[in-house]
Design a protein. Structure first.
Lengths: 351, 342, 240
């Protein structure tokens, strides 16, 4: 059963299996195991970024396409929900319509970008997507009549998903609220999407993608239409990213350029996928978890270290909690050089 | 010695339409300026916008030229190029602040002296960082595009963070030197002095680059290397040294662009480089990767278009440049002046 | 064959999975023309490129006047007086004929008398001196490529199939130029499929097969012995 769900592509390493199982259990029980709104925020963010990063891995790690427009798709899903909520009113139907609408638009945009630029060299594609992403971010923050501009939009979601909704039920001493139901909606959808991605990369389609990544010329010669495969991969990846964006919007009950479209988020995704392990899907689980935890808790640690070294020159500046990205950047570069398959690749090689 | 063989040369003068082809991109600039005149509809605003567009274009060119040459010669796209812009800006601004005694007095000579010191410092530091960047970040990933994109992005992240470690996380405001403040009025149009200086400066860099590339042996080696690296080595030139030299020069030019941009905006942040890079990417793509002339034309087009459109419909400025890129790639998929590669 | 200018000893080169040298032993005598013959894929071009340093042999020695140049960078080998006229000619198409020649003169400005000699053997180069090399015809490009090697006195000229795909009139122009070069005392190692040209220019011949030298001797001996040709190259080159 588990084997079937994982599409026969498990973690394939004892240590990794334990880590993944721990993450899964922790996320599944987060509302009760780690009560408190901050830890619930962190858990939801981890779940959503696992899916977002895994969908990016489908493009980068499996199809060998470097795109900087992934936040655009993420954003389209989020804004889809927001706009549907604003125009269709509160309700489950609006939520679904927004998520599906945003996803459809994201797939369409991905299709256009892919058709237009996948024939060109990888660096062209990377540069073009970067330009498009930044144009979209600027546009969204300027079209305030539609998107709320820099301020973003608050989202109305069904009452059952809000903290105001309280169930007459307590588990481990924690009262079940709409917020917790919302969390489980996110968690369930993310689990399904992740398993879906795992299925995709282990299908014949996924294997062709890998063949293309290894040698596009040979794959073409053998008879695979490289452009079509890459286009489909881009569209699939965009669709999943948009759904992740919808979940993020539903969870935050807010969407704005900073939460979905900022270039910083794109860089975060890149860091997560590379540190976790490109071309493994499982890397997304490890990468996103480490990154989001670091984002939220590493800074506390660094503050302690900075205080401890306050007497030294420069060191406290380097250990300043705001400089946590510096160290992840260094880790990122080292990852690309020394373990390009990331933590997952490392763990698998050991086993 | 033998007599000359009876060989009839077959080369003939190509027809006008063929000879004109390389010049079509150049003609786009006057075409855009004229279109801008019609669209803006107000001669004085148009003149102001044109100068400001040219100034912006020149600065982008200074940055893009190094990037496009590095790509042409080494087949490397440095996504961390923006880091050199930011570093150049911070170093240059620090020098200008330190030389407040020279910038604050109303003496053109002293102001320019301070500016020169800032420019030289910015270029020296970014050139040195470029040298280190090439050795540590880029050299291990020659020939591997995917890794190049990732690792140079990583370099950018680290560099931006280091700027914040050294100069603090806050943006820095910088006043222009006294004599470069304000504007002059020509034909009723208000032209900021600094923009005129930027135009002259950028044009000078372009002319100097062309002279070096066209009329020196090192320029010859670089142009030949862009076409066929292997043959340049087989003729007896150590291309590795040329690589390093061009990388250092390209980084120093980005640093120069950084300090120019800093005085244009009068504000610097650690992320400014990466923000400018979006326009730089558009420029090198539409110019044709590896082509300095293409980058020059592309930069002026982007600068002018950005300013005209921003005047007419501010929200469409960046989108208009994306549209320009799409249009040019439809017309010439390799960019306007692609370099013939062997 | 005493005191050769160039000696290859047990040179082995791997490039991906094909074009492999399995231990080449070859002597190139001073001041003479050595023809490197053999069927396609025998490793002739690989041998020239390995000598030039464009491909690195993983074992073996390449001695240029006793100096082991194996595994040195191509630029250093070029500076030691080795010039290559590659099979694809390696012309810089965006550069003018003049710029191509200027680059080839590594040790300084172009020698005027040598240039006059080159103009005399390749007149089109004078005509199109200021034109982009990319506009030249195929034959003119081959002239330029050969002229680039000739612009300075080299210790060793490596010439890869100069007659490939050219019209007979141009081949005879090239042949005359190479004969001039030979008479000036140059040492040449040349790959050539055109047996008539090889016979006319060659003093020595070395025949390769499957990445090895399988026969060396005087060109005249090979040229007159159809049976030997048949045995070495699988067909009589005279009629090929």
């Amino acid at each position: 059963m588990v084997r079937f769900l994982l599409s026969g592509d498990g973690p394939r390493s004892l240590i990794l299996s334990v880590i993944v199982a721990l993450i899964f259990v922790a996320l599944a029980t987060a509302p009760f195991l780690f009560p408190g709104s901050r830890s619930l925020e962190v858990a939801a963010r981890i779940a959503i970024f696992i899916v977002l990063v895994a969908s990016y891995d489908l493009m980068l790690g499996y199809a060998g396409i470097v795109s900087f427009a992934h936040t655009v798709f993420f954003g389209l899903g989020a804004y889809g929900v927001a706009l549907a909520g604003a125009h269709l009113g509160r309700g489950w139907g609006a939520l679904a319509a927004g998520a599906l609408g945003g996803t459809a638009v994201a797939v369409a945009v991905a299709f256009v970008i892919a058709l237009f630029s996948l024939r060109v060299r990888a660096i062209f594609f990377a540069m073009i997507t970067m330009a498009v992403a930044s144009a979209v971010a600027v546009l969204v923050s300027q079209l305030s009549w539609l998107t709320g501009g820099e301020d973003g939009m608050n989202i109305t979601i069904p009452r059952e998903l809000t903290p105001a909704f309280r169930l007459d039920l307590e588990i481990f001493g924690t009262r079940v609220t709409g917020k917790i139901l919302n969390y489980y909606l996110v968690f369930l959808c993310c689990t399904v999407l992740f398993l879906l991605l795992l299925r995709v990369v282990n299908s014949p389609f996924g294997r062709v993608l890998q063949a293309i990544r290894e040698n596009a010329f040979r794959a073409e010669a053998v008879g695979y239409r490289v452009v079509i495969y890459r286009t489909v991969a881009t569209c699939l990846s965009a669709g999943v990213a948009a759904l992740a964006g919808s979940l993020f919007a539903i969870w935050l009950r807010y969407v704005g350029p900073d939460t979905t479209l900022a270039s910083e988020i794109m860089i975060d995704i890149l860091l997560m996928v590379v540190i976790g392990g490109m071309g493994t899907i499982w890397g997304a689980v490890v990468g996103a978890t480490i990154f989001v935890l670091a984002q939220n808790y590493l800074q506390t640690l660094m503050q302690g270290a900075a205080d401890a070294t306050a007497a030294l020159p420069l060191v406290p500046d380097l250990l300043n909690p705001d400089r946590w990205l510096l160290w992840l950047g260094v880790l990122f570069i080292l990852s690309v050089y020394f373990f390009p398959t990331g933590i997952v690749g490392r763990l698998r090689a050991r086993g | 010695m033998t007599a000359a063989p009876d060989h009839t040369p077959i080369m003939q003068r190509p027809p006008l339409s063929v000879r004109m082809q390389p010049w079509i991109p150049v003609l786009l600039i006057p075409a855009l300026v004229i279109t801008g005149f019609i669209a803006v509809g107000n001669p004085t605003s148009w003149l102001t916008l044109t100068v400001s567009g040219l100034a912006m274009g020149m600065m982008i060119f200074v940055i893009a030229s190094g990037m496009t040459l590095i790509f042409g010669l080494m087949d490397i796209i440095n996504f961390g190029h923006g880091a050199f812009i930011s570093f150049g800006a911070f170093v240059g601004v620090s020098v200008l602040i330190a030389l407040g005694g020279l910038t604050g007095v109303p003496s053109l000579a002293l102001n320019l002296l301070a500016l020169l010191a800032a420019v030289l410092a910015a270029m020296a530091v970014t050139g040195a960082i470029g040298w280190g960047f090439e050795r540590v970040i880029v050299r291990p990933v020659y020939g591997a595009h995917l890794k190049q994109i990732l690792v140079t992005m990583g370099g950018l992240i680290v560099a931006e963070q280091l700027i914040q470690v050294i100069w603090g996380p806050k943006e820095i405001h910088i006043a222009r030197p006294e004599m470069l403040k304000g504007a002059i009025t020509i034909l009723g149009a208000t032209l900021e002095k600094y923009r005129l200086v930027a135009v002259v400066f950028g044009a000078a860099v372009f002319i100097a680059m062309r002279l070096v590339l066209r009329h020196t042996k090192i320029g010859l080696i670089v142009r030949a290397g862009v076409e066929n690296r292997e043959m340049v080595q087989a003729l007896g030139y150590r291309i590795r040294r040329v690589f390093v030299g061009v990388f250092i020069a390209g980084s120093a030019l980005a640093g120069l662009g950084g300090i120019m941009w800093a005085l244009y905006q009068e504000l610097i942040t650690a992320h400014m480089g990466n923000e400018i890079m979006v326009l730089v990417f558009i420029v090198v793509i539409i110019g044709g990767l590896g082509s300095v002339e293409g980058a020059f034309i592309g930069a002026l087009l982007v600068g002018l278009l950005q300013n005209y459109v921003a005047f007419i419909e501010p929200k469409a400025a960046l989108v208009s440049n994306i549209a320009l890129m799409v249009a040019i790639l439809m017309w010439r998929p390799q960019g306007m002046s692609p370099v013939i590669k062997v | 064959m005493s005191d050769p200018l160039l000696s290859l000893r047990g040179v082995k080169t791997d490039i991906a999975q094909y074009h492999i040298l399995h231990g080449v032993d070859l002597d190139v005598p001073r001041g003479q023309v050595t023809m490197l013959l053999g069927r396609n894929g025998a490793g002739k071009t690989t041998t020239l490129r390995t000598i030039m340093g464009l491909w690195q042999p993983h074992t073996g020695d390449i001695l240029l006047d006793g100096d082991n140049i194996a595994r040195q960078p191509p630029a250093i080998i070029a500076r030691k007086g080795v010039a290559l006229v590659p099979e694809d000619m390696g012309i810089f198409a965006n550069l003018t004929v003049e710029e191509n020649m200027t680059l080839a003169a590594v040790s300084g400005p172009i020698d005027k008398t040598r240039l006059e000699w080159i103009f005399a053997v390749f007149p089109p180069l004078r005509t199109f001196w200021k034109n982009p090399a990319g506009n030249l015809s195929g034959g003119q490009k081959q002239m330029l490529s050969t002229a680039r090697a000739m612009i300075e006195e080299r210790r060793l000229y490596l010439i890869d199939e100069p007659s490939k795909g050219l019209a007979p009139a141009i081949v005879s122009t090239l042949a005359r130029a190479l004969r001039d070069l030979k008479q000036a005392g140059a040492t040449i190692l040349m790959v050539e499929q055109n047996f008539k040209l090889a016979k006319a220019l060659g003093d020595h011949a070395a025949v390769m097969d499957d990445g090895r030298i399988i026969w060396t001797g005087a060109m005249a001996e090979l040229a007159t012995d159809a049976g030997l040709q048949e045995r070495l190259m699988g067909l009589s080159m005279e009629h090929a």
